[in-house]
Design a protein around this ligand. Sequence first.
Ligand code: ATP
Ligand code: MG
Length: 568
Amino acid sequence: MRYSQMFLPTLKEMPSDAEVISHQLMLRAGMIRKLTSGVYSYLPLGYRVIRKVEQIIREEMNRAGAQEIFMPTVQPAELWKESGRWGFYGKELLRFRDRKDSECCLGPTHEEVVTDIIRNEVKSYRQMPLNLYQIQTKFRDEIRPRFGLMRCREFSMKDAYSFDVDAERSDESYRKMFAAYNRIFTRCGLKFRPVEADTGSIGGSYSHEFLVIADSGEDAMAYCEGCGYAANMEKAETARPETEDTQAPLLSLQEVHTPEVRTIEEVCAFLGVVPEQVVKTLVFSADNVPVAVLVRGNEEVNEIKVKNFLGCDVLEMAMDDMIQAAAGSPRGFVGPIGIKCRVLADYSLIGLHNMVVGANKENYHLKNVNFGRDFQVAEFADLRVIRESDPCPRCRREIRFARGIEVGHVFKLGTKYSKTMKAVYLDSRGQEQYMVMGCYGIGVGRTVAACIEQSHDGNGIIWPLAVAPFHVIITPVNMKENSLATAAEELYAELSAEGVDVLLDDRDERAGVKFKDADLIGIPMRVTVGPKNLALGKVELKLRSTGETNVLSGSEAKAEIVAAVHSL
Ligand code: ATP
Ligand code: MG
């Protein structure tokens, strides 16, 4: 490609409405332009990178035995009603009616459509395993689209769906996708970590998110350098304390008048105790039934863990009347003794003595409360949010936190969709069975944004070679000088013939301007053709990532570039 002919509208100034570096650089490098909130056009440079990432995804999906299909964007409401998600999905699902007044939506994901295809076509165990994927436009009416391609409303996703005869084979499909994802993100030149994740609104039984390590990431992960355990914050388990400390003397129970003292901080200040000694009693409404959850005053309850433990559909903080009915007191003075509802205690309470709790009596707390003597808890569980430097739930080394960008997600769906949508097959004995499914997504644009977040400097983007829009840029320092132009053209033709993606900066611009643009758009290798070197039959090869510069003969430079590209 010749720079002079390329539609590459770069910007000198930092766009003021872009908050993260990937968004700023994509705009400045002329990769994308915004049409409306969360909706972008890809310009030639941006689309080249998108295509490179798609190609890596395609190669690895094919290698893992998946087959490419292409499903529609417009989906009928009936399918979503069958799966039960029409009512469940909320406003992210963009719904509309067609001229015949039929309800439709723009697909935010394709479980319903693919399950419909498969249930109509696959009847026998002999037709599985199957893994179908597409790279296709999704629409999600995100409440807060931001950060450019990172969180937009219309975006390209690779989504794959596996169908197997039983859970064991489905695990095998999941493992294959897990391995393919590791290869895809490694080939994209990313530093990432697969982390255990909650299954959220898609449902199902098991999942991993692939997080690209970046401080600007919207997701947080907890990980252990000792054993490699890694999970997102919602999912990260906390260890049950190993020993029960039975040494402390049990002091006598005391009721204390604590007028208007409600929060943990107020209780601590009033009674002169530390939060670790205070027990927080939170009353939840689990499918409209009250449940009390106890956790240490310095810890936070993880509602997802509570919801999963209870197996309820809707978990909310209880309203005042429910609290009053269960505890006989208003919020702020609730405690476990005598409360009239199910009580769960977090593991953090194990080994605690002489606790401070609410008295279930307005304006009163209890001091020196002890398990066994004063009250019983039948159910202890992991119900709190993990904290940095907690012991690892697997090996008890210190947990660390990092931030990341979720670029991919693999789910075991089990029979969630095959049951609601009746995707069945006949097994070898002629018995009808439900298919066991998995689904696997990668955000293409978000992966590109993550590459930039991880790889840039003050001058612009630094593309990993595998996803770069061009492998090399040839920069003749002066196009008006015939010998320079001719040498540059020759190298351009030779490298192109070897399958190298070359951008020839044939613009009539000063060398400084050309160098600045080359750095901004992040081309990994730059060949400078200048008069001094050329007089000796040489050119300069510079690497964008390290700044390393070598003066080589034209054929040496060519050999080095071709070798780097062919090793991809
Ligand atoms: P998030 O929690 O970030 O909203 P999600 O859990 O909704 O993501 P999935 O439904 O698992 O995402 O979609 C698969 C992949 O699609 C994600 O891993 C991500 O890379 C990409 N993706 C999801 N939502 C968006 C979006 N609004 N803009 C760009 N990419 C997205
Ligand atoms: Mg989402």
